[in-house]
Design a protein around this ligand. Structure first.
Ligand SMILES: Cc1cc2nc3c(=O)[nH]c(=O)nc-3n(C[C@H](O)[C@H](O)[C@H](O)COP(=O)(O)OP(=O)(O)OC[C@H]3O[C@@H](n4cnc5c(N)ncnc54)[C@H](O)[C@@H]3O)c2cc1C
Length: 464
């Protein structure tokens, strides 16, 4: 039996965490999310410190007919899904406890924890869970939507490594989702996004990683970008299992390894990370260097935890951002022509394009094992990110992102995409993203959230 809480003061009294409203000091800071372009004014921000707090906040929202946004510590949704106007933000930033059991190779992680804190806690034992590549991303969004990063080729997606979870449902109940308990919910939260409830803690499988890994990044001027992409096409199919690979189009940062004359110059990077003791990584770098000598390079061992934060400063909180994402099977000649032309046309020095190579252990999970949207055959995840420090520049970036996406889309794998890169203007791509899983997800949604209380996400409406 859940308690009726219809006044903010009652909610305040019910939470061990705290509540911020427009009348409270700190409101303007509390309503911000990572994307500085999102400027929304929620009626209530509930900082939840326990699963019971989350249950109370969900009940309050339902009773007071407030639209719910769920926000983890990262608040990285570029669409601003984790904050809405006039509704309630259920903030999970205080649900950030991380417990590592090295003997059983498991970690229990609060639903609002940050990736960098998970990496720090697990790396203290030489272990890791596959996550994304920016340390200030929250686990809640990444683990429920998929989760791709440097470890995907070795150990799969973040969602593939969820062993169980604690979930607060739309009716306020706190339940466990695991293979032996609410198995349909367990399946759906691993890829189906935030549709089914609020995950207050995840239990993850851990793997031995590092603590040092071998990093190699080769940078080419845009005049050699087509050659570099053809070289990437050549090496990607026979990458050794202990090496991850990525292609990035970016403006060269003023980092110590970048010669001064190349600072801010548009470049194409081929990046490889070696996780094994075998010389596979070194051999790959030798092959790349011999085939196409780079303009400059950065080759060094480094702690895995440092690799996981290497790009953090390039994505500061408050950045104005617009993005689109798609899957590409390979660098065909036509795709290379588009990539070179559009990367060369990048406007803002902050904007960039990532091609994550998804193969190896990415394909170890069977298609039906999780709800993850996107097939498990080898592919690349393309993130086209338009970013500026000021609001003014975003119109041009948005046009660049859309133009790039429209030109690349005819060469993409189907019309779907990664749910964590799908913005509201792309929500029509969700049925194609999930394919035959979509009706099953809609049925599970109907069972757990028949009124679509949790709809500020890549939304799957409940089946009738
Ligand atoms: C700079 C940047 C870098 C990125 N890098 C990567 C990357 O390397 N790999 C990758 O796979 N993706 C990456 N992404 C995309 C990222 O996966 C999504 O933006 C993800 O939603 C972020 O999660 P969050 O918890 O920080 O976001 P939030 O904005 O806090 O949440 C986004 C949505 O996720 C859902 N959600 C969040 N927490 C929970 C929870 N505990 N329970 C249920 N639902 C929840 C809610 O629907 C919420 O609206 C990146 C995004 C950005 C902006």
């Amino acid at each position: 039996m859940t308690q009726v809480i219809s006044r903010v003061d009652d909610l305040r009294a019910a939470l061990t965490g705290s509540v911020v409203t427009p009348d409270d000091p700190g409101y303007d800071e509390a309503r911000q999310v990572w994307n500085g372009d999102i400027d929304r004014r929620p009626a209530v921000i509930a900082y939840c410190a326990t699963a019971e707090d989350v249950a109370a906040a969900v009940t309050f929202a339902r009773d007071a007919s407030l639209e719910i946004s769920v926000r983890s510590g990262g608040a990285h949704s570029t669409a601003g899904l984790s904050v809405g106007d006039a509704g309630i933000v259920i903030d999970l930033g205080r649900l950030s406890e991380i417990t590592v059991d090295p003997a059983r190779r498991r970690a229990t992680v609060g639903g609002g924890a940050l990736q960098r804190d998970i990496d720090a806690a697990t790396q203290a034992h030489g272990l890791a869970v596959p996550l994304g590549e920016i340390g200030h991303t929250g686990v809640g969004g990444i683990a429920t939507g998929g989760g791709m990063g440097w470890l995907t080729r070795q150990h799969g997606l973040t969602c593939d490594n969820v062993l169980s979870a604690q979930v607060v449902l739309a009716d306020g109940r706190i339940v466990r989702a695991a293979p032996d308990e609410n198995p349909d919910l367990y399946w759906a939260i691993r890829g189906g996004g935030g549709n089914f409830g609020v995950v207050t803690s995840f239990e993850f499988a851990l793997h031995e990683v590092g603590p040092e890994v071998d990093v190699g990044m080769f940078f080419y001027g845009m005049d050699r970008a087509a050659d570099a992409l053809r070289l990437a096409r050549e090496v990607i199919p026979d990458l050794p299992p202990d090496v991850s690979f990525e292609v990035v189009g970016l403006s060269a940062p003023p980092a110590p390894f970048v010669p001064e004359e190349h600072h801010s110059r548009l470049v194409l990077a081929l990046a490889a990370v070696g996780f094994g003791a075998e010389p596979h990584h070194r051999e790959l770098l030798e092959r790349l260097r011999a085939a196409l000598p780079p303009l400059f390079e950065m080759v060094s061992p480094m702690p895995y935890a440092a690799l996981q934060q290497m790009f953090d400063d390039a994505f500061p909180r408050g950045t104005h951002c617009y993005e689109k994402a798609l899957y590409l099977e390979e660098f065909t000649d036509a795709a290379i022509d588009v990539a070179v032309e559009r990367i060369t046309a990048t406007v803002s020095p902050m904007s960039c394009t990532f091609f994550y190579v998804l193969s190896g252990a990415y394909g170890a999970s069977a298609e039906e094992d999780t709800a993850f949207g996107g097939g498990r055959t080898p592919r690349m995840q393309v993130f086209i990110l338009g970013m500026t420090p000021e609001a003014d520049g975003l119109t041009a970036e948005r046009a660049w992102v859309r133009g790039f996406y429209d030109a690349l889309a005819p060469h993409a794998m189907g019309k779907g995409g990664y749910v964590n890169g799908i913005l509201p203007d792309d929500v029509h791509r969700l049925p194609a993203t999930y394919g035959t899983k979509y009706p099953r997800l809609a049925r599970i949604k109907a069972a757990y959230d028949p009124d679509n209380l949790f709809h500020r996400n890549a939304n799957i409406p409940p089946a009738p």
